[in-house]
Design a binder for this molecule. Structure first.
Ligand code: AMP
Length: 247
């Protein structure tokens, strides 16, 4: 193994199948969030992560979870029961996170991911859930809807991610989160990601995480002296000479 590989994703303990997916996606090195979050999650620990969007936080939880699901093997009964539940605040994020789990896990392990969110016909989701799924990525409101209808079986879930927990609480989903977490059996592995760790977020963490690994990544903001200067120049050019001036 070269020094580069040790410093890269391979050094974090990710399986070859995932390394192949990452190489195909052109990911060369883990982000700081990934470097810190992946090893404890692979070890099975809970995680309390303070990380903003754009820090690679989705892959930071998706990669180790996908690997742990694959390592555990298929569930005992024939039915393909969901093994992981990812809760996100919005429909857009549900689609985006489901797509990320799919692109990392489908090629590597044949993982089947279903996004479940409000605003989409419930019949479509009912069919997808009935067919069997490994990972459900859901918004809290629609998840509770499915729980009440008996159409979302969480009895096989061993991994939970609360993504953008602060946003979910700001949107008034505290009761839904409680109801959903009550429906997931223990023991389980839980990762809570949030841009802020305000009082209500730490209360949820306190209640639902057990001895979590803590990861705090702030987006790097250069200090004033370090901000590179950008010089802007405008040339007034008659319309007929514009193309020539660009050359
Ligand atoms: P996120 O913070 O999870 O929303 O990710 C931000 C973007 O970075 C997404 O488009 C990812 O596909 C991309 N990304 C995540 N991790 C890496 C990485 N290690 N190398 C290159 N791109 C990445």
């Amino acid at each position: 193994m070269t020094e580069h590989e040790i410093a890269g994703f391979a050094g974090l303990g990710l399986a070859d199948a995932l390394l192949t997916s990452l190489a195909a996606l052109g990911y060369e090195n883990p982000t700081p969030t990934q470097r810190e979050a992946i090893p404890p999650l692979l070890q099975g620990r809970d995680l309390l992560g303070q990380a903003a969007t754009g820090t690679g936080k989705t892959a930071a939880s998706a990669l180790p979870l996908l690997q742990r699901i694959a390592a555990e093997g298929a569930s005992e009964d024939d039915q393909r029961k969901a093994r992981a539940l990812v809760l996100v605040p919005t429909r857009e994020l549900a689609m985006q996170v489901a797509e990320a789990f799919h692109k990392y896990g489908h090629q590597a392990f044949g993982t089947c991911v279903v996004p479940v969110y409000g605003g989409q016909a419930i019949s479509h989701q009912l069919r997808a859930l009935r067919r069997g799924v490994d990972v459900i990525v859901a918004t809290p409101g629609r998840a509770v809807d499915h729980l009440n209808r008996g159409s979302m079986d969480l009895s096989g879930v061993q991994f939970v991610v609360l993504d953008e927990a602060d946003e979910m609480l700001d949107m008034g989903f505290a009761d839904e989160l409680e109801a959903i977490l009550q429906a997931v059996p223990r023991p389980r592995q839980t990762a809570l990601l949030s841009a802020t760790m305000a009082g209500r977020v730490s209360a949820i963490a306190e209640k639902h995480l057990s001895n979590p690994a803590r990861v705090t990544i702030r987006r790097e903001t250069p200090s004033e002296g370090e901000i590179p200067g950008v010089r802007q120049i405008a040339y007034v050019v008659p319309r007929q000479h514009k193309l020539t001036a660009l050359g």
